[in-house]
Design a protein around this ligand. Structure first.
Ligand SMILES: Nc1ncnc2c1ncn2[C@@H]1O[C@H](COP(=O)(O)OP(=O)(O)OP(=O)(O)O)[C@@H](O)[C@H]1O
Ligand SMILES: [Mg+2]
Length: 252
């Protein structure tokens, strides 16, 4: 297994937002997570990526217990997430945003003062080229030097993906990549996910847009009130009467 979440719970004060959730992700899999508002999906991502500490349970990434690791160490192992509300640096350009996301190994600042200017320039050039390569892949080259605040909602989602690609991930958690994105760009983001997946990157995708999610995943989990309500192939999960009931009005 690439990722194993074992009986994880998360609390905000006395409120249990994630309640004994277990799931697993195979290498190169794309797993979908759907569920009603407030079901605990983003909190679960925060627990997996390390922004939120689980109050109980265990998280294993490639058989290593990462439950107590800070987010940057999980990212170093190849496990990264995007945020539901993109977190770009608004006053930086798109290209600068990618550079700002590049890994920053501990102790680098001390080290940087000791290495030669030439070596530093070489590293900067490598990062610049890497950022340009990612922008080209994401069709964002035309906004390379645009301030991030000027981007459309969909372009901000692409930038959010680009920022995590700077970290050479092997597993990406995408939190609502299609929210507020026009249909053409949704299709484009799906293509990027499929291309990256074909290169070996595993994904977990939280999404309310169920049609787009179905086109991405072969396995879907639906969460409700902090817990896993149903799991399996997307259509049978969405046809499950408990899922229909949770959505109260039917789903696609
Ligand atoms: N920082 C916080 N402090 C207190 N309660 C929080 C906090 N963040 C989330 N919650 C609560 O925890 C529950 C789960 O929230 P979460 O954001 O994980 O849900 P979600 O499934 O991602 O919902 P959505 O589909 O609306 O994004 C909600 O009831 C929410 O109000
Ligand atoms: Mg959420």
């Amino acid at each position: 297994m690439m990722l194993q979440v074992q009986n994880v719970s998360c609390r905000y004060g006395g409120f249990t937002a994630v309640d004994e959730v277990s799931l697993s992700l195979q290498p190169k899999e794309i797993l979908g997570i759907a569920g009603t508002n407030g079901a605990g999906k983003s909190t679960l991502f925060a627990a997996i990526a390390g922004q939120q500490s689980a109050s109980s349970g265990k998280i294993l990434f490639e058989d290593h217990d990462i439950s107590k690791m800070p987010p940057y160490l999980r990212a170093q192992r190849g496990l990264v997430r995007t945020f539901q509300v993109p977190r770009e640096f608004k006053s930086l350009t798109v290209h600068e945003n990618l550079l700002a996301a590049a890994p920053n190994p501990q102790g680098e600042q001390l080290f940087a003062s000791l290495i030669t200017t030439a070596a530093r320039k070489h590293r900067e050039q490598i990062l610049t080229d890497k950022a340009d390569h990612i922008l080209s892949f994401l069709n964002l080259t035309n906004v390379r030097d645009t301030q991030a605040s000027q981007l459309s909602g969909g372009q901000k989602k692409l930038l959010e993906l680009g920022r995590v690609l700077m970290l050479d991930p092997r597993c990406i958690l995408l939190d609502e990549p299609f929210a507020g994105v026009n249909p053409v760009l949704i299709e484009e983001i799906c293509q990027h996910v499929h291309t990256l997946n074909a290169q070996g990157i595993a994904f977990i995708v939280i999404e309310h847009h169920l049609q787009a999610l179905k086109s991405l995943t072969k396995r879907l989990i639906v969460m409700d009130r902090g817990a896993v309500l149903a799991e399996g192939d997307p259509q049978s999960v969405l046809d499950d009467p408990r899922v229909q009931q949770a959505y109260m009005g039917g789903v696609a």
